[in-house]
Design a protein around this ligand. Structure first.
Ligand code: 6R9
Length: 668
């Protein structure tokens, strides 16, 4: 198995954890399952009752239209608007001047105090969103259904632009600001965006990242873009601007009244709100499409159940909005709830490894949503860093993005949560739109166990099945599936309905195939172990190994490439590459460096391989398929397994030799 080595034999299936704060909400396992069973028995009514808690311009006629699977439709006939739900609704109440957002930029003064801070109330956000919506509509002619590519760092303008787009029914395509020019160009072209919204740059670990320069490079390959709006986060005075195409924020807002009001469009529940590109098992990222109504209901329900958000909470999700976690649990979720949340621009260890703990103390954060990689990084820095700060306001911590190993869970539970928090590992994916398997302290907490994802949430029918689609017995590894549609589900892949059916609904007919290995324990808890396909999670960031291979092959020196993920103690997994060079090209250290840089430039810094091995051939089947499984075995020192389909045995021996040689060099 790949991924963080969650060896099934060592998983603490029987280690139940209780604490005083959550005792009254902790149900025994059987009662939790009774509750879950009832939600499934009255499935549609169950989801309808939650949907009724939101405000609809027009109620739905049908909860779920399953007449054309897998093209399911939720809350058909209903009309709503996300911008209205997250803003107008609160502005009409006492929450009007409640803080929606507390933002900290990365730079600090001599004493370590942040120098860039912004606090925005719900009313501030509402006013800004209206102005930007007006700008999009009147100055750039954006209409319902148009796609806008948003390439912004973690600044308040990112959610503001997204809500402005949703207010007028435009479809957002947010591209993570750590992606390269090529990755950005692909996403602009695939979504056919004519407008890009970006910034001059941002701070990351004490350095300036010049974002607009990357956009300019991308636009050389994306000729369809007509306008670029540039927010000045840094106030750089040497930003190249193309006349007639590029507009600084203030210019873009020309003619927009300060008190602009844009009537929120009455959008059908099934209207797409966003596309988010994610990696799969081919070289081409897929644009996952999400609707409006179903997504809102799913995110709203999970905000209540999983995060138990109340009006006096200070909520902080440390993800980047460029990933799905930020879409659902920074942009939409907290604002649907009228919560106050923290947003931080920079690196967790800047200027020191206690930046996060200082933030928690400064604002009294009570709910923290973070990643196993972050926790393992902090573990390495040591517990003296959290100990410098008062973290006693924390009452709920959850992690997401990859499996959390029990040691990391115990460390955070003790050193961040003083053994008195609810703490879970929420499983979901870009495709699910919201959390699916998780502890739900806002509802009832099933007893915690270090490292588990817990039971599925109410309303979700999840299973672990064997190769033939039959339920796997408890304790036996199988494939994770979802057996019924759910409100936040994806509604296809942009421009590729066939791929949608093939990727998710064909492996096990009638079930959604997640692509993860999982185990169900004797209590019915799910333990997701890692990906079962060619997708890897590097520090929680999702990357396709084929994507990286295509990037390698685009370099003139490379003939063939095989990329695999191998376990890493901090990042969960890291990519390593086996490369066959073109005839006559020498495999030097210089070239290795160049290839690393090439990957940073074509995919992004997060994709940089940990190691590059030069080999003369790759292990392949007789039909010519690369056997990555064997390379993985070599790199993890595990048995090769069945090699009967291998065409040329020496390829594996060579990979082994290359691997051992490099290991020797590193240890010298
Ligand atoms: C939200 C997000 C999805 C993949 C998913 C799985 C892994 C996410 C997890 C987890 C174990 C958890 N994953 N959460 N594995 N425990 N709590 O991460 O979406 O970027 O699309 O990745 O991440 O492998 O299939 P996305």
């Amino acid at each position: 198995m790949k991924g963080m080595s969650l060896e099934s034999e060592n998983l603490p299936f029987n280690e139940y954890v209780y604490n005083d704060r959550w005792r009254s909400r902790t149900l025994d396992v059987k009662s939790y399952w009774d509750l879950h069973r009832r939600s499934i028995e009255s499935f549609e009514e169950f989801w309808a009752s939650i949907a009724r808690e939101l405000e609809w311009f027009k109620p739905w006629d049908k909860v779920l239209d399953a007449s054309n699977p897998p093209f399911y439709k939720w809350f058909v006939g209903g009309e709503l608007n996300l911008s209205y739900l997250a803003l107008d609704r609160h502005v009409k109440t006492w929450r009007k001047n409640k803080l929606a957002l507390i933002w900290e930029g990365e730079p600090v003064d001599q004493s370590g105090y942040p120098v860039d801070r912004r606090k925005l109330t719900y009313y501030d956000m509402w006013r800004e969103v209206n102005r930007v919506a007006y700008m999009l509509r009147n100055n750039f002619g954006v209409r319902k259904g148009d796609r806008i590519t948003i390439y912004l760092p973690m600044i308040p303008e990112l959610p503001i632009v997204m809500y402005a787009a949703w207010r007028i029914g435009a479809i957002t395509s947010v591209v993570f600001s750590g992606f390269s020019a090529d990755a950005l160009a692909d996403r602009i072209n695939d979504s056919q965006s004519r407008l890009v919204i970006t910034a001059d740059g941002f701070w990351r670990r004490g350095k300036v990242v010049r974002l607009k320069d990357i956009v300019d490079k991308a636009l050389e390959k994306a000729p369809g873009v007509e306008n670029v709006v540039v927010y000045r986060r840094l106030g750089l005075n040497d930003v190249p601007m193309t006349e007639g195409r590029d507009w600084f924020w203030e210019k873009a807002l020309a003619g927009v009244p300060h008190n602009a009001y844009v009537e929120p469009e009455r959008l059908e529940s099934t209207h797409p709100s966003y596309i988010l590109y994610t990696s799969g098992t081919t070289g081409k990222p897929k644009g996952i499409i999400h609707d409006t109504g179903g997504w809102a209901v799913h995110v709203y329900a999970t905000m209540k159940w999983v995060f138990d958000v109340r009006d006096d909470d200070i909520y902080w999700c440390t993800a980047d909005i460029g990933w799905v976690t930020g879409h659902s649990y920074i942009v939409l979720g907290p604002m649907l709830m009228g919560a106050t949340q923290i947003m931080y621009e920079g690196a967790p260890d800047f200027p020191q490894p206690d930046r996060w703990w200082a933030i928690i103390e400064r604002y009294g954060v009570s709910i923290l949503y973070t990643s196993p990689t972050a926790i393992r990084t902090f573990m390495r820095f040591g517990e003296e860093w959290p100990r410098k700060h008062d973290l006693s306001t924390l009452r709920i911590i959850h992690s997401v993005g990859e499996p959390i190993n029990p040691e990391a869970w115990r460390w955070a539970y003790t050193n961040l949560g003083s053994q008195n928090v609810a703490f879970g590992s929420t499983w979901w994916m870009t495709e699910t739109g919201g959390i699916v398997i998780s502890h739900a302290p806002g509802l009832y907490l099933a007893p915690m166990k270090p490292g588990t994802n817990g039971p599925p949430l109410p309303g979700f029918e999840v299973d672990v099945v064997d190769e033939s689609g039959k339920p796997a017995p408890p304790g036996v590894r199988g494939y994770l599936v979802i057996k019924r549609p759910w409100p936040g589900m994806l509604h296809g892949i942009w421009g590729d309905p066939e791929r949608y059916i093939k990727t998710y609904w064909s492996r096990f007919p009638g079930m959604f195939y997640a692509g993860d290995y999982a185990i169900r324990d004797q209590d019915g808890y799910i333990w997701v172990l890692g990906r079962a396909d060619e997708v890897i999670k590097v520090a929680g960031h999702r990357l396709g190994t084929y994507e990286l291979e295509s990037a390698f092959i685009s370099h003139p020196a490379v003939a063939e490439a095989a990329v695999i993920g191998v376990p890493d103690p901090i990042k969960g997994e890291v990519p390593i590459a086996f490369i066959v060079l073109k005839q006559g090209v020498a495999g030097t250290d210089e070239l290795r460096k160049e290839l690393r840089q090439h990957i940073r430039n074509t995919v992004g810094p997060i994709a940089e391989p940990a190691q590059i091995f030069f080999v003369s051939k790759l292990p392949k089947t007789r039909s010519g398929k690369i056997m990555r499984r064997l390379l993985r075995a070599v790199a993890t020192n595990s048995p090769l397994g069945d090699t009967t389909t291998l065409e040329d045995e020496t390829s594996v021996e060579e990979a082994k030799r290359a691997y051992e040689e490099l290991k020797r060099e590193v240890s010298q």
